[in-house]
Write a protein that binds this ligand. Structure first.
Ligand SMILES: *[C@@H]1O[C@H](CO)[C@@H](O)[C@H](O)[C@H]1NC(C)=O
Length: 251
């Protein structure tokens, strides 16, 4: 059925249901697929009256089936019409298959790589002395996996992760927290898996990155010109370490 035909069918059928109070008819045209080609496309036309599912056309079956008494009568009438069945055979192309390339091109191909930041923060509970936050920003599509690794092995205890939060502009963000007890020589990594990445991306936590060491060296060197500049340098450093640092991807 074309959209026009579908609406006229709904209107024609309304009087046959006139025994009921308040009528509301609804037709849904649906395409189901999960590949770029037409391999597994299913086209459905579903009819509802007053919120009750009456019956549908299913392209896999190639005919209409009814779910209620009325729906069964309707399906029988439709299945007897060769024009109707021929039209439905066209519809899988017109309403589904012909749109697949555009759908993939406009929506599904537009992956955006997450921008990942790893930082330390105050732990939620007093049970752990330290906490790291791994945040991924501006990614698309929504599905993402953020995992914590200790010396290359997955850890799940002390981990809390938010849901994927929509930014309202097609992009999403997610935040994962790891509460832990730091120990010497332990390597902590945040691993991010996403459709935009060909393989998982690893972000190692460096408790004292090179740039911070340099800042201390500069601060010490600044001792010579005067005490004030050293104090300023120290204030900056504290703020920075609270606000977080950019991790270095190691993959
Ligand atoms: C369509 O028909 C196929 C084949 O009988 C069935 O497997 C599938 O579940 C049907 N789809 C719906 C939504 O009813």
């Amino acid at each position: 059925m074309s959209a026009l035909r579908l609406s006229s069918v709904l209107l024609l059928l309304l009087p046959s249901l006139s025994g009921e109070d308040g009528l509301f008819a609804c037709g849904v045209m649906r395409c189901q697929f999960n590949a770029r080609d037409a391999r597994d496309v299913v086209y459905l036309e579903q009819l509802y009256f007053n919120g009750i599912f009456q019956g549908q056309y299913n392209s896999t079956l190639g005919n209409f089936t009814g779910n209620t008494e009325k729906g069964k009568q309707m399906a029988e009438t439709f299945n007897k019409s060769p024009t109707m069945i021929a039209e439905e055979k066209q519809n899988i192309h017109l309403n589904c298959i012909d749109y697949i390339p555009a759908l993939y091109h406009n929506i599904l191909d537009k992956t955006a790589e997450p921008d990942v930041k790893l930082r330390s923060a105050e732990p939620f509970s007093s049970q752990y002395p330290a906490m790291l936050v791994c945040s991924a920003y501006n990614f698309y599509p929504k599905q993402i996996i953020v995992t914590w690794l200790k010396n290359g092995k997955e850890v799940t205890s002390g981990v809390t992760t938010t849901q994927e939060l929509p930014n309202g502009n097609w992009f999403y963000q997610i935040h994962s927290h790891l509460e832990y007890t730091p120990s010497h020589g332990q390597k902590i990594t945040c691993m991010v898996e996403h459709a935009s990445l060909s393989r998982p991306k690893l972000y190692d936590w460096d408790p004292m990155p090179e740039s911070e060491r340099n800042k201390i060296a500069i601060g010490t060197a600044a001792l010579v010109p005067g005490l004030i500049s050293v104090t300023v340098g120290l204030i900056c450093y504290t703020r920075r370490s609270r606000a977080g640092r950019e991790p270095v991807p190691t993959s």
